[in-house]
Write a protein that binds this ligand. Structure first.
Ligand SMILES: C[S@@+](CC[C@H](N)C(=O)[O-])C[C@H]1O[C@@H](n2cnc3c(N)ncnc32)[C@H](O)[C@@H]1O
Length: 323
C-alpha cells in the first residue's frame, strides 16, 4: 500500500505555500459537507475501512442530497452553476475516452454499475446494442428508467452492485463515480466479480475523483473516499491482474474548478448570497471566458508550487485482462 506518511502528504505539514494549499482544500467544504473534511495519514488501512458509512451513502443518493436525481448523480446540485456545466462536462468526458468507447463494438453488451440517473447509460444506449444499468438507489434507478424510457435496448435494475450483478458477459463495464463510495475491500471484491463477466476483448472503465497523494475523506451527510491514482493502482493489482491505463478527466476538473471557486466565494465573501444562480452563472462564464488560463494554465502553474487546484482531481481508468 502506498505510503501515507509525512513524505506522502507534504502539504499537511506547515510550509507557507502548503498552508495555502490546505486552506484551499479546507475552504472547499460545502454547506452539505460534500467536500474534503479530513485526511488520513494512517498507514493502517482498517482506518480507511471504517470511514465510509454505507447507510449515509444510501440515504444521500436516495433523496437526502436535496437536488434533482439528475443533478445529484452528476454531483452538480450544490453550487448553483448553470445546467450547461453538466453538458460541457459530459461532452469533454466522452471526448477524453472516445477511443476507448470506439473500441467497443456497436453490437456489444454494456453494463453501467452505479448508473445514477442514467446520463452515461443513455450515451451507451445510443452507441451499443444492449445496455444494462444498475443502481442501489430506487430514486436514481427510477430516474434512469424515465430518462431512457424511449429506448428498447436498455434495462435498468435496482440493486447493490456488490451483491446483485446481472448474469452473462459484457463487452464493456462502466463504473462512473462508484468506487469512491466503497471501502477498499468492496472495490477489490467488485472488480474480481466483474472480471468474470469480461471477455478477452472487453474492458472495465472507471471514472473516479482523486487526490494527488494518499487518501482523503468527505464525512458527514456526504460520505466519500478520495484515493490517489497510486492507491487505485494498488486496488487494481489486488483484484487483477489487469492492464491499466489512466487519463486525467479534463471535463470533470473544469466543473470541479467552478465548484471550488463557488466554495471560496461563499467563504471569502459571506455578505453575498450563498445560493445564487446568478453568481453561479457568472462564476462559470468567467471561467469559460478565461479558459484555457483558468482551466489549464493556472492549475499547472499552481501544481509547480505544490498546490493542487482544484483540490479534487478526476481520472478515467481502463482495465483490461492481461493475455
Ligand atoms: C456520483 S453518482 C454517479 C452516477 C453515474 N454513474 C454518473 O456517472 O452520472 C454514484 C451512484 O452510485 C450509486 N451507488 C453507490 N453505491 C452503490 C452500490 N453499492 N451499488 C450500486 N450503486 C451504487 C449511487 O446510488 C449513485 O447513484
Amino acid at each position: 500500500m502506498e505510503d501515507l506518511s509525512r513524505e506522502a502528504l507534504p502539504w499537511a505539514h506547515g510550509a507557507p505555500r502548503e498552508e495555502f494549499g490546505a486552506f484551499l482544500s479546507k475552504t472547499a467544504n460545502s454547506a452539505k459537507g460534500r467536500r474534503i473534511v479530513s485526511r488520513s495519514r494512517s498507514t493502517d488501512h482498517t482506518a480507511i475501512e471504517q470511514q465510509i458509512d454505507d447507510d449515509r451513502v444510501d440515504r444521500y443518493f436516495n433523496g437526502g442530497a436535496g437536488g434533482t436525481p439528475h443533478s445529484v448523480s452528476m454531483m452538480a446540485h450544490d453550487h448553483n452553476l448553470p445546467a450547461s456545466v453538466v453538458r460541457y462536462r459530459l461532452r469533454k468526458e466522452t471526448r477524453t475516452i472516445s477511443d476507448w468507447l470506439d473500441a467497443v463494438c456497436e453490437s456489444g453488451r454494456v453494463l453501467d454499475v452505479g448508473c445514477g440517473a442514467g446520463a452515461w447509460t443513455e450515451i451507451f444506449a445510443k452507441r451499443y446494442k444492449a445496455v444494462v444499468g444498475i443502481d442501489r438507489s430506487p430514486l436514481m434507478a427510477e430516474a434512469a428508467r424515465e430518462r431512457v424510457r424511449c429506448r428498447t435496448n436498455v434495462e435498468i435494475l435496482q440493486g447493490d452492485g456488490r451483491e446483485s450483478l446481472p448474469d452473462g458477459s459484457f463487452d464493456m463495464i462502466f463504473l462512473g463515480g462508484l468506487c469512491m463510495y466503497l471501502k477498499d475491500a468492496d472495490v477489490v471484491a467488485l472488480l474480481r466479480s466483474l472480471k468474470h463477466r469480461l471477455t478477452k476483448a472487453s474492458s472495465i472503465i472507471l471514472r473516479e475523483s482523486t487526490v494527488p497523494q494518499g487518501v482523503s475523506f468527505a464525512q458527514g451527510e456526504y460520505q466519500a473516499v478520495y484515493r490517489s491514482v497510486g492507491l487505485y493502482h494498488q486496488l487494481f493489482k489486488d483484484a487483477g491482474p489487469f492492464r491499466v491505463e489512466v487519463r486525467r478527466n479534463y471535463g470533470y476538473n473544469c466543473m470541479e474548478t467552478a465548484e471550488e471557486l463557488v466554495d471560496l466565494r461563499r467563504r471569502w465573501l459571506p455578505f453575498l448570497p450563498k445560493r445564487s444562480p446568478t453568481l453561479g452563472f457568472l462564476t462559470w462564464w468567467l471561467l469559460r471566458g478565461t479558459s484555457p488560463i483558468s482551466f489549464w494554465a493556472l492549475p499547472r502553474l499552481l501544481s509547480l508550487l505544490d498546490i493542487a487546484w482544484p483540490r479534487l482531481q478526476n481520472h478515467f481508468f481502463r482495465l483490461r485482462l492481461t493475455e
